[in-house]
Design a protein around this ligand. Structure first.
Ligand code: EPU
Length: 334
């Protein structure tokens, strides 16, 4: 286990923010992870996964622990489905590609989401009508206070829209080490109703592979590749309004897109609210709002976390003033 002092994290966060960690270690086994947590020199730890949902606004104090556990194992199989256990440090999209190459269904709509497998359940990643919870069986996480492994099943993780137990009651108390997924070998549950999937599929018959291809095409047309332009995907969550608040807003903006939820509330796209206020493509120094998707904030090169945050705060204020809607950030701000 090699600890590096004053380590730049620019390569380790998809926003490409140049902050440092006082100390940095990349762990490749649960034993190393435990050792890092009980290391006598460090009382503060910052847990880093794929760095794709993180805005760094200051140097990281203490020991930054990069969870780099690798491996994919088939743990159960029958004619219909498989259960695979994936270590937390596997890249999410690489895992999706692996599953498609095996002919497994379930992850196709979640193609090309940045980040790692271990952090995906924390915010219940979702796209194009599918969320991680739809394929989740369970996970094993290290309890930080006594460095003991604990198993969680679907109910215990309490998934919601871009949230889970690990982002609420269990926040900062666990490190997810591995995740188990149920994937289909046949009779795939294909989801094609969302957005432009059907039109993008064109004449191709829907299959896990063709849907993945369509999702990749759509995402590439709207969401910038972090390797080219620093970003963290959607910076804000889509706000969920009471029916009463939504009705009042719709009176003023009849064209507002909206998604009624099963509990009577109505979700509205934050991107639309930000877009109509004229923020799409806006740039202040190297911090900006993406030109094709107003929900995505970008770093044109040398933006600091504070500059991105200041733009985010300005947007939140403008949205509140115009629509009386509070935008919550989806990205973790440190
Ligand atoms: N819209 C605009 N202007 C914009 C952006 C969006 O008018 O700049 C409108 C679109 O025309 C559409 C609606 O807003 O009517 C929704 O847009 P879109 O389908 O692109 O989805 P989104 O609500 O902006 C969500 C997720 C994305 C996910 C897509 C597709 C959240 C916070 N974001 O975005 O997730 O890829 O749906 O399922 O729920 C992420 O979480 O990082 C992420 C990228």
């Amino acid at each position: 286990m090699k600890i590096i002092k004053d380590h730049s994290l620019q390569q380790w966060n998809t926003f490409g923010i140049n902050e440092t960690a006082a100390a940095f270690v990349s762990v490749t086994s649960v034993e190393e992870l435990k050792a890092a947590l009980v290391h006598p020199e460090y009382s503060e730890h910052f847990i880093l996964g794929g760095g794709s949902n993180l805005l760094l606004t200051q140097p990281i104090k203490g020991l930054c622990v990069h969870v780099n556990l690798k491996g994919i194992d088939l743990v159960e199989e029958n004619d219909q489905e498989v259960i695979v256990e994936v270590q937390a440090g596997e890249n999410w999209h690489d895992f999706v590609c692996w599953s498609l190459a095996q002919g497994y269904g379930g992850l196709e709509n979640l193609s090309l989401i940045p980040g790692n497998v271990g952090t995906a359940p924390i915010q219940n990643i979702g796209a194009y009508g599918v969320e991680l919870k739809d394929v989740f069986v369970g996970c094993t996480a290290l309890r930080r206070k006594d460095v003991v492994l604990e198993d969680f099943d679907l109910n215990q993780v309490e998934f919601g829209y871009r949230t889970s137990f690990f982002k609420t009651k269990g926040k900062n108390q666990y490190i997810i080490c591995s995740v188990r997924f149920r994937l289909t070998k046949q009779k795939h549950q294909l989801v094609t109703h969302y957005g432009a999937i059907t039109t993008t599929l064109g004449d191709s018959p829907p299959s896990p592979q063709s849907i993945a291809k369509a999702v990749i095409t759509i995402r590439q047309s709207k969401i910038p590749d972090p390797a080219v332009l620093g970003n963290s995907g959607s910076f804000f969550k889509n706000p969920v309004l009471t029916k009463q608040d939504f009705d009042a807003l719709q009176q003023r903006y009849p064209q507002l897109p909206h998604y009624p939820q099963t509990d009577g509330t109505v979700k509205v796209p934050a991107g639309w609210l930000i877009d109509i206020l004229g923020y799409k493509g806006k740039r202040i120094g190297d911090a900006g709002v993406h030109e094709h998707q107003a929900l995505v904030l970008v770093n044109y090169g040398k933006a600091t976390g504070a500059e991105i945050l200041s733009l985010a705060r300005e947007i939140q204020k403008a949205v509140y003033t115009e629509f009386a809607v509070t935008l919550e950030s989806e990205v973790n701000i440190y």
